[in-house]
Design a protein around this ligand. Structure first.
Ligand code: BMA
Length: 811
């Protein structure tokens, strides 16, 4: 029986003798324990980040006692297994040093039987400060390697296998956290040590074969052990002998129930169970065919994920770690963020390379929800060593992670790193010694490729994000949009207009985005009211991107009338962000099949901060997330304008033909109908179509008269969109007498909204937990809206905590 060492431990600081015998919950982190004990203030509040820097500049000891019986010690080996040990650590048991570890991305395992005793035992983990360890490693490098300066606040973290964002990023607090964030167990081994269980799917006309291979090591004198493997109600018994290290069985599945990404079909999962020597392992297996196709075509080279022979239009966002304080990474928060991703019609997330290989719960939920996963290996925006030690360390890490994750049906691609090539071309040191740094890069990158290809031949290794493909590795910033994946930062970084998104159609856009500020309720959670000002030092300390706040405000002046007051600035920043990302996403969707993927930067926040996220740290949906729900919907309508005129495009990503019915209306700012035309259209599966057009000559001179609005239904689903003839600041918006009322019927809380004049970006914000079914929409006089509240607040709480915004009142 596995013995868990999770729970209460004691925490002591090596350098500060007054801090001894505090409680720390493991899995957990030192900062969270100090905060709970009242030793430090809340690191996320105001400018407290500065006040807690000393924590990462100390060494810490966590320890506990545990009891063992004589019977528990009759085994042949006792493995101490630790997950997510961060990072440079020494393990002592009953005074003996049993191991030194220094890679948080490994599962560490060490046989400690010889140090254990009947009765009381003591385990101590010394957690060394990361900054000095990194500096030591950097000093020993054969030549200097630029680290992620600008993002990281602490140098040389590229030498340590620790999440790079722990030392700060352009959306992250710098805490240099320490702790153990995964399970700590003692695993007695009677006869056999299980290494891992691996599956392989082989598809043929009649069905699918699932080969299951158990990797093990027999340790007992007896030299034999038994195992049982069960899949879909069928069990095989295996004898494991000392001469071998693996055993396989094959299950044949006729008419398999296939697993599909969200929006394309159901997420059928089968259970695979193994039992051997008192150890039980279960996995959920999704049966599906998977390919990543990159083929030359008339537009350059495609990049498309194909599942069960169906090309997928990938729609989603980039995922960063859930929290900068790892003790706060709860299962419930994973579930709620990932459910919110699918609620916004996403079907893919990219686990970005400066964070961490995610916890099991993340991938299990992605399997259940149908979220495809683009998995970066953990390297980002710096140059990394290719010394033999480092390569050996990384080989072990990647082997472990690929074995751990490869059976997840949601995982579609392994990618070598994030923007490391961009770093080579940016840093003076590597620009000057370019050949040396390219060779250095390739040594490590080849190692990553070899390990991935050996351990998981079922998937492609993609060298870097972004890159053009096999041996066509280019700069992050000046690459070819006709092939490969692209990070499109022309608008945010280069300050171009939103229209710049229309000048390029990436084959697969793995990053693009625009920042906004958090909503007022989230701001209240980290700022005192006297600091509610966009240039107050504490508000600025929650903005980690150079010039971030200036970019947001400067962009206001281009598109909007300047907002009046802090609260409207927050609101308008979210309108602006939504508009930027919407412009790109909708246009690229009309360009299918040239484009087959778009993942905006970024889905979530790891602390309350101004950032590119669509979900705030509090879980609250930004306006962007409500827009994503519409612009990522399988059926979508959008306007574009070109030399001929204004066009209405319909997009269907579904696997079935669909009928869309409704109308296009041209309406004055006062709400007068200038023109209307009914639309009834059949859309083939996986298609796009221009269904309506208004020539420029008919529009010229009348552009300022009003706006176009499309209102369609596809079954129960409402599809709407609005086309403003000019930037909002040039539009003569009328003052709408927007009315809203909260009502409760059949245990449902709804907000009823109506207006006698058109209102734009009508946004519902609630102080408490939960969200609305829809928000940040155009409200036209003809269509009252009834918006459902989704959450656990009571009617009275919603009435008291609701605020409704719209564009005209922001100035
Ligand atoms: C990217 C990412 C991150 C960064 C983001 C915003 O390109 O890869 O490094 O946080 O842009 O600047």
């Amino acid at each position: 029986m596995t013995i868990s060492l999770n729970g209460q431990w004691l925490l002591a600081c090596v350098q500060r003798s007054a801090i001894q015998d505090l409680h720390i919950n493991l899995p957990g982190d030192v900062h969270s324990a100090l905060y709970a004990a009242g030793e430090i203030p809340d690191p996320y509040w105001a400018t407290n980040e500065k006040k807690v820097q000393w924590v990462g500049e100390c060494d810490w000891i966590v320890s506990r006692h545990f009891e063992l019986t004589a019977e528990q010690l009759t085994c042949n080996a006792m493995d101490l297994v630790l997950e997510q040990l961060d990072t440079v650590a020494e393990i002592r048991i009953n005074g003996h040093t049993v191991a030194d570890f220094n890679n948080m991305f490994m599962r560490h395992k060490v046989d400690v039987l010889s140090c254990l005793q009947v009765g009381a035992n003591r385990i101590e983990i010394v957690l060394h400060r990361a900054d000095l360890a990194a500096k030591n490693r950097a000093d020993k490098l054969p030549f200097p390697l630029p680290w992620a300066e600008g993002n990281n606040q602490i140098p040389f973290m590229n030498t340590l296998r620790k999440p790079q964002f722990h030392s700060g990023w352009d959306w992250s607090i710098c805490l240099s956290v320490l702790g153990v964030y995964g399970d700590i167990v003692l695993q007695p081994i009677e006869h056999v040590r299980i290494s891992h269980l691996a599956t392989k799917q082989k598809w043929h006309q009649q069905g699918c074969e699932l080969a299951v291979t158990l990797h093990y090591e027999v340790v007992s004198e007896k030299g034999l052990a038994n195992a049982a493997v069960t899949f879909d109600g069928q069990t095989f018994h295996l004898t494991l002998d000392r001469e071998s290290t693996k055993a396989s069985v094959i299950f044949r599945i006729d008419n398999p129930r296939q697993w599909w990404p969200a929006g394309y079909g159901k997420q059928q999962l089968y259970k695979l169970a193994l039992e051997a020597d008192g150890v039980a392992i279960t996995k959920q297996i999704g049966l599906r065919k998977l390919e990543l196709v990159t083929e030359d075509d008339e537009y350059g080279q495609s990049m498309v994920v194909i599942v069960n022979d169906v090309p997928i239009s990938a729609r989603g966002a980039n995922w960063i770690p859930l929290d900068a304080m790892p003790a706060r990474m709860t299962e419930q928060r994973y579930r709620s963020l990932l459910t919110d991703a699918t609620a916004a019609n996403m079907n893919m997330l990219r686990v970005w390379g400066g964070g961490m290989y995610e916890k099991d719960i993340f991938y299990n939920l992605c399997d259940e929800l149908g979220l495809l996963v683009w998995q970066d290996l953990m390297f980002a925006n710096a140059l990394y060593p290719s010394t033999p030690d480092f390569i050996a360390e990384v080989e072990q890490e990647v082997e472990f992670q690929v074995r751990r994750l490869k059976d997840h049906p949601s995982l579609v691609l392994w990618c070598g790193d994030n923007e490391v090539l961009g770093a080579i071309n940016r840093e003076p040191e590597s620009r000057q010694h370019r050949e040396k740094h390219l060779i250095n890069y390739d040594r490590l990158n080849r190692t990553l490729a070899e390990v991935v290809e050996r351990e998981d031949p079922s998937r492609r290794f993609w060298a870097s994000s972004p890159c053009n493909g096999e041996l066509d590795i280019i700069d992050t910033w000046h690459h070819d949009p006709q092939r490969g994946d692209m990070h499109c930062w022309d608008v945010w970084d280069s300050g171009k207009e939103f229209d710049a998104y229309l000048q390029v159609t990436p084959r697969f856009c793995s990053e693009f985005g625009f920042q906004s500020w958090p909503s007022l309720p989230t701001v209240k959670s980290y700022l005192p009211e006297q600091d509610w000002n966009i240039s107050s030092p504490s508000f600025e300390s929650h903005q980690k991107s150079n010039n971030g706040n200036s970019i947001i405000t400067e962009m206001f002046t281009r598109y909007f009338r300047f907002p009046n007051g802090f609260v409207n600035m927050l609101y308008l920043s979210q309108v602006q962000q939504a508009l930027a990302v919407k412009t790109a996403a909708e246009y690229w969707r009309t360009q299918k099949p040239i484009n087959r993927g778009m993942l905006f930067w970024q889905l979530n926040d790891c602390w309350p901060v101004s950032s590119w996220s669509s979900l705030e740290y509090s879980g609250r949906w930004k306006q962007l997330h409500y827009h994503a729900r519409r612009f990522f919907a399988p059926q979508m309508a959008t306007f574009t304008r070109d030399q001929q005129g204004l066009k209405l495009h319909l997009v269907n990503d579904g696997r079935k033909n669909t009928e869309l019915k409704g109308e296009v209306v041209w309406q004055s700012w006062e709400g007068e109908i200038l023109y209307r035309e009914p639309i009834t259209q059949y859309l083939a599966a996986d298609s796009t179509k221009v269904v309506w057009e208004w020539l420029n000559e008919d529009l010229d001179g009348h552009e300022q008269d009003g706006f176009f609005h499309v209102h369609l239904h596809s079954g129960q689903q409402l599809i709407e969109n609005t086309w403003l003839p000019a930037r909002p600041k040039y539009c003569d918006l009328a003052c709408p007498d927007l009315r809203f009322e909260v009502a409760e019927h059949n245990n449902e809380i709804v907000v009823m909204l109506s207006s006698s004049k058109p209102a734009f970006f009508v946004h519902l914000e609630f102080e408490g937990e939960g969200r609305f079914e829809d928000s940040s929409f155009t409200l036209v006089p003809e269509h009252q809206r009834q918006i459902k509240y989704i959450g656990s607040a009571s009617y009275d709480e919603v009435v008291q905590g609701l605020r409704v915004y719209h564009l005209k009142q922001s100035y």
